[in-house]
Design a binder for this molecule. Sequence first.
Ligand SMILES: Cc1ncc(COP(=O)(O)O)c(C=O)c1O
Length: 393
Amino acid sequence: MLLTELNTPCYIIRAGEFEENMARFRAAFASRWGEKLLLGYSVKTNNFPWLLKTAMERGFWAEVVSPDEYDFALRCGCPEEKILFNGPQKQDRLLSACRAGATVNLDNLEEVEAVCAAFGGGDFQPRLGLRVNFDLEALCPGETTCQGVPGRFGLCLENGDFARALEKLQGAGLPLAGLHLHQSSKSRSLKIFAAIAETAVKLAGEYGLTALDYVDMGGGFFGGSFFPGKPGFEEYAETVCAILKTAFDPTRTTLVLEPGAAVLATSMDYLCSVLNIREVRGQRIVTLDGSLLHINPMMNPHPTPFTMLNPGAEGGADQIVAGSTCMELDRFWPRDMHNLAGHETQFLFHACGAYMSTHNSSFINAAPNIYLERGGDYTLLRKKSLDALLRVE
Ligand SMILES: Cc1ncc(COP(=O)(O)O)c(C=O)c1O
C-alpha cells in the first residue's frame, strides 16, 4: 500500500525511526554506564501493542502505572518479572505484583506499610524501590510542571517520609533494591537531569545506599529528529552517568531509564485530507478530516511540525486549518505555511507518537486508523471502529 492509498485521518508508525530511536538511546547510555543498563517502555506514552512488543523484542521491560496497564503488558506477552510497576494507584495489584517478581517502586507510606505487613519477617523478599519526592522546582526554578504547588508523587524527602519508609522496610527485614526518581519537567533540560542525579548521589551518601541494585532515573528526555536545539541522547547520558558514577558503581548498580517521548514522539506521523474550503468574512478556512484532538489532546497552543503533500499554490498562506469536529477550538496550529491548501492537499503532521493516540476517545469521530510504515510500504494495524462505543456487557 502507498501513502496516497491510506484512509485518512490516520496515524502512521514509522518502524525505522522507532527502532533507531531505541537503539541510539541505548547506545548513548551503554557506552557510558556499561552493561548494567535497563530500559523500560513507558506504556502510558503510547499504549499501542505493536510498539510495546517491538520494544520488548529489543530488550525493553514494560513500565506501567496502573493495574490496567499492568494487565495490558501481560496481554502483550510481558513476563511479570520484566514489569516495572510505578505510580500512585497499584490497588490490589501491589502485593500480587510483588509476589510475581515484578519490580515495584513504592509511591507512598501506605504502600510501604502494606508490603511490610505482607512480607515482613518472611522468607520471600520482593524487589522494591522507593519513589523519591523532592523539591526539583527549588533546584531548577521555572522548569518543572509544578510551580507553586508540590509534586504529588513519591515519598517526600523534606518532611521525613522517605526516611520513615526506609526505617519501616528495614524494621520488616525487607531490603531496598532501588530508588525511583522520575520527574516530569517543562524544559527536559540537562540541568533537570543533573539535579535528579545529584539527588540520587546525595541520598546514597546520607542513607548509605551506594550498593543499591538499581537507580531509576525515569523518563522525561527529548528525542528524535524534530527538536533542534534541545539536548540529545549523548548529552543526557554524559550528564547523568558522570554524576551517578560519583556514588554508584556501574558494575554493581543497574541504571534504569524509562524513556517515553524520547523514543516514541518522532516514531509516529498523523495524516489528514482536506474535506472542504470556505471563505468567511475575508478569512479562508480549510477543514480537514482529522482533529486537533488526535495530535494535541490538551489543545495546548503549540505548533506541530508538518509537511503539506500536494500543496496548492505558493504565496502568503493566510488560512485557518481546522479539524472536523464541531468545536470552534478544533484548529490546528501549523506555522510557516507557504502554500494555500487545495482539495487534493494532505497534511502530514510529525512527532505525533507521544501522549496523542493514547488519549483517543470516540468524541464525534472514532479513533483513527493506525498504519505501520516500513521501507515505504504501509500496512493497516488497527482499523477505525465503533466497537468501543457499541459494546454492551
Ligand atoms: C514514572 C514515569 N516514567 C516514565 C515516564 C515517561 O516520560 P516521557 O514520556 O516524558 O519520557 C513517565 C511520564 O509521565 C512517568 O510518569
